[in-house]
Design a protein around this ligand. Structure first.
Ligand code: GLU
Length: 507
């Protein structure tokens, strides 16, 4: 394939929705697969929708996910600047070029005038049918036109959409999509303040940045008819990128498009990172803060609209890159199934090495006020990783490794703590204390306790549940000998000693 250049071109209008990350991911995968270039371009021509912090958020999200652009805003490259507001002066000349070549015109109509048109006719559209009745350089006499320009009256430049034509878009996912030009309006290309609209800036930049493939959400498909015309009118038809419009991401129940409100409504993340908006309603918890590993999120997102055509579900980014192809993207919307996202995360946590997990889990434990040694925390991660699906669960399910137990499963104690249990525990403590510290390992502890039980004719049910509750407060958790090995001799014997006095008070 040719030298592939793709771009992710978000507008910094707020937190980047998870659909944006999927778009970025698919762009990234195509680029990496073909040793091409993945570019980040910030499309901020609509200053009224600009939200401070949104650009930083986009960049941090991409970095966290590990889909780092090769070129682009804050990543450098030869085709910069990569932020459209820094490219302001580039666009006007192309809009003028459209006018000079008869593909565009000046329009003076004010917002109020256009509003009035719409009031009179709900279906009003600025286009071939109406343009000659409106205030523009095609309809006005040359004198009047000159006069308006001389007097400094503000005007926009509009695209002159041809009449009665079929505009054909060859989409790599949807196949041939045909627009009737009569359905397309004469879109504004350059605003009165000299700023381009999304359409002009997007096409000019894709051309200047030598973009080969435009991979973006389905909501942009309706604009593509205009885009194809623009390539033709600017004389770049042979340089037009290939288009691929991605299917929608649907609500968990499959009914309609996933929105940020669904996140709040269902208590699930729909943004990669947390976002602090002006109000609580505008603030969201991200996948990162929910306790997802970025690799798991990417794997989950990859499958929202794509699948490899095999049974395999777990794909590291590198494997995704190899397996990915635009042909395998589906046309139909993909249901956002949060349980599936958690399933992916669980798989990644299970498979992660304890050293990596230790780094992810440490801040969660430290936030609770505990600063364990690295070896201990690694051991803890190893014991717990099969039991958690989200990172905060390391604390929620394993807190007793760090602090004195407060909540005991008293019911179980009541059922099993007999008058003779006291003595049994005291002897067990003694037995354990006799085990050399250097032998304080799972197997040795296990052997010691087994021997202790055999000697006294004790059954597992007489010892293990009580031992478990004494050490963890709960019946849940890792195997008891693994737990004992990690907690260490002193801690284990101390907890057992505490239990003797405490358990008496439960029965
Ligand atoms: N700025 C548009 C957006 O916010 C980009 C659409 C495109 O990729 O062409 O999604």
């Amino acid at each position: 394939m040719e030298n592939i250049r793709v771009r992710f071109a978000p507008s910094p209008t707020g937190a980047l929705h998870i659909g944006g990350i999927r778009t970025a991911l698919y762009n990234y995968l195509l680029a990496k697969k073909h040793k091409g270039t993945f570019i980040l371009r910030i499309e901020d021509t609509d200053q009224t929708r600009y939200v401070p912090g949104a650009e930083e958020y986009i960049i941090e999200s991409l970095r966290w996910c590990g889909i780092v652009p090769d070129e682009g805003q804050s990543f450098g490259g030869e085709y910069g600047p990569y932020r459209q507001s820094d490219r302001k002066e580039i666009y006007a000349k192309y809009a003028e070029q459209l006018v000079q070549n008869g593909y565009g015109y000046y329009a003076f109509d004010t917002a109020e005038e256009l509003e009035k048109q719409r009031e009179q006719d709900k279906t009003f559209k600025y286009g071939a049918e109406t343009r000659m009745k409106l205030n523009n350089s095609l309809a006005l006499s040359p004198d009047e036109l000159q006069q308006r320009i001389n007097s400094g009256e503000p005007y926009v430049i509009r695209l002159k959409v041809p009449e009665n034509e079929e505009v054909i878009v060859q989409d790599l996912i949807r196949g041939e999509v045909v627009f009737r030009s009569d359905e397309l309006d004469d879109k504004v290309m350059l605003k009165a303040d000299g700023m381009p609209t999304y359409h002009l800036a997007n096409i000019v930049d894709d051309y200047l940045m030598k973009i080969t493939h435009v991979i973006r959400g389905e909501e942009w498909l309706p604009s593509t008819g205009h885009h194809v015309l623009l390539y033709r009118f600017l004389g770049w038809a042979d340089k037009m990128p290939q288009f691929a419009h991605l299917p929608l991401i649907l609500k968990p129940d499959g009914k309609g498009k996933l929105s940020k409100r669904d996140g709040v409504r269902l208590g699930i993340p729909v943004f990669p990172l947390s976002w602090k908006g002006e109000t609580p309603e505008e603030s969201f918890t991200g996948f990162r803060e929910f306790g997802f590993l970025p690799q798991a999120l990417l794997n989950f997102l990859a499958f929202l609209g794509w699948n490899p055509g095999t049974e395999q579900e777990i794909f590291a980014l590198e494997e995704l890159t190899q397996a990915f192809s635009l042909e395998k993207i589906s046309k139909s919307g993909a249901r956002f199934d949060f349980d599936k996202a958690k399933w992916f995360n669980q798989q990644y946590i299970h498979a992660a090495d304890p050293v990596t997990l230790e780094q992810l889990v440490r801040p969660i434990i430290e936030q609770q006020g505990y600063y364990p040694e690295q070896a201990f925390l690694e051991g803890f991660c190893k014991l717990m990783q099969e039991r958690v699906g989200l990172l905060p669960e390391f604390w929620e399910k394993g807190y007793y490794f760090f602090r004195n137990i407060k909540d005991y499963d008293t019911k179980n104690v009541q059922k099993r703590w007999k008058p003779e249990s006291r003595e049994m525990f005291a002897e067990l403590i003694e037995t354990l204390e006799n085990l050399e510290s250097s032998h304080w390992k799972e197997q040795d502890v296990h052997a010691k306790v087994e021997a202790f039980m055999t000697e006294r004719g004790l059954k597992p049910g007489d010892v293990f549940p009580l031992l478990r509750v004494a050490l963890a407060g709960t019946m849940q958790g890792p195997a008891v000998f693994e737990m004992m090995a990690l907690l260490g001799k002193d801690e284990v014997t101390e907890r057992l000693r505490n239990a003797i006095t405490l358990f008496d008070t439960f029965v």
